[in-house]
Design a binder for this molecule. Structure first.
Ligand code: ADP
Ligand code: MG
Length: 162
């Protein structure tokens, strides 16, 4: 578990950019946190770091957006999914099999339908209005192998020893 803290939205975008630099095609990131926690802001910084120039907006109504940068980025939102059988509409296996990175907002709500390899990014409001506590959890070998590198690269924001 890696515990980090940011103090303004630009820092969350910068933290996400560092994580993006350690990401690989086929990766999955599960973004957890209440409305306004910063899941879309995280995705914006992440996508920008991969060369996406289109504006990144919340996919709450579209369920899925696809952005093209140096790597393709799938941005999904599970907020409106009420039943696990609706997850098949997201065509996750196809997305994860390809050469893109996938980020799912509210991904914890469909955890049972996710593969066992992802980076969980949990965001909660901190003490100040613009503070966010961000906890990273590597699930499965794919991300666990990068855990130390992640922690080191995020030194500017990490609040617990790696
Ligand atoms: P979510 O997608 O989780 O609902 P958004 O990313 O859409 O959240 O919104 C987060 C809001 O919080 C934005 O208005 C953003 O400017 C603000 N904000 C303030 N401080 C931070 C921070 N440290 N990290 C992320 N967002 C922040
Ligand atoms: Mg959002």
């Amino acid at each position: 578990m890696i515990e980090a803290r940011t103090h303004e939205v630009a820092q969350t975008e910068a933290l996400a950019a560092v994580i993006a630099s350690l990401s690989r095609p086929g990766d999955l990131l599960v973004l957890v946190g209440d409305l306004g926690a910063g899941k879309t802001a995280f995705t914006r910084g992440f996508a920008a770091a991969l060369g996406v120039t289109d504006p990144v907006t919340s996919p709450t109504f579209t369920l899925a957006n696809e952005y093209r940068g140096r790597v393709r980025v799938h941005h999904l939102d599970a907020y409106r999914i009420e039943h696990l059988d609706e997850v098949r509409d997201l065509a996750l296996p196809e997305l994860l099999d390809g050469d893109a990175v996938t980020l799912i907002e509210w991904g914890d709500t469909i955890a049972a339908a996710l593969p066992n390899d992802y980076l969980e990014v949990k965001m909660t409001l901190g003490d100040g209005d613009d503070d966010r506590d961000i906890t990273l959890r590597c699930v499965g070998d794919r991300w666990s192998a990068r855990s130390r590198a992640l922690c080191a690269a995020l030194a500017d924001w990490v609040v617990s020893p790696c």
